[in-house]
Design a protein around this ligand. Sequence first.
Ligand code: RRO
Length: 311
Amino acid sequence: MTDPDLSCTIAGVRFPLCIMNASGALCVTREELEALGRSGAGAIVTKSMTVEFRKGNPEPRYYPFSGGSINSMGLPNLGYQTYAELIPALKAFKKPVIASIAGLCEEDFPEIARAISKAGPDLIEVNLSCPNIPGKPQIGYDFDASERLIRKVRAVVDRPMGVKLPPYFDPAHHAAMADVLKRAPVDFLSLINSVGNALVIDPEKESVVIKPKGGFGGLGGSVIKAVALANVRAFWKAFDGRIPIIGVGGVTSGTDVFEHLLAGASAVQVGTALVEEGTGVFDRLAAELRAVLAKKSYPSSSAVVGRLKEL
Ligand code: RRO
């Protein structure tokens, strides 16, 4: 059999590989974004951008451990105007560019969205789920605010747009957000952001491991894979498979990618594993996924999407 096809199409945009970086992971500076461009990644996703440049939270603010990572970066980024200037050069790498936008208040989002849309990214990912700004709750847990914000952004962009959601832990919350997204439609979903406000402890030092917020931060990596898969599956079902989903959470092997595809993701993003391994992770994951698909006689990654069996 010929090599399985690992490309995908999301909101009309073709990705040469269904594996890319998660926003936040090695994608803040021009150098990092260009390295993603040169790498095997199927797309270049920017760090979530705010109106102004931000240094972010005090260090240490990222800590890897055996099962994953905890972070409280606090939105360090160059500010949207700089990313708007960078986008044309990033498009020269001939793979989709996804601009991730955030904000410190509701009005920031349309301001950034309007300008960044003009810069011509292939897709816009609206981050409704940053857990790490002291005093600012994750927007995605406020369904009315999320709906207002999606409408405001939609009105000013002429690019396909999606939302990056926080993990939900109850079917009532999956249903409530799905209802929001049926009233205020988006073109794709990125599921999930880190599991917010977790606490990792170093028992030897009898200490927290990151400085901001008394050690509380967003959990990523293998330990959140089951939560990510549940959210991919819940939204896949809520939309009868009719909305493209990018699965994010716990991808460290080709088999993890395969599980996200089964749950209903068309593509995946990689955060902790990228930070820990560097940009070579994309070629490794692609080779491993190809091997899984070939062994199971799947012709392509897209043939797997949503095919999870229930008992
Ligand atoms: O910068 C961060 O602290 C951060 C963001 Br904006 C986010 O969306 N998710 C995360 O885990 N960290």
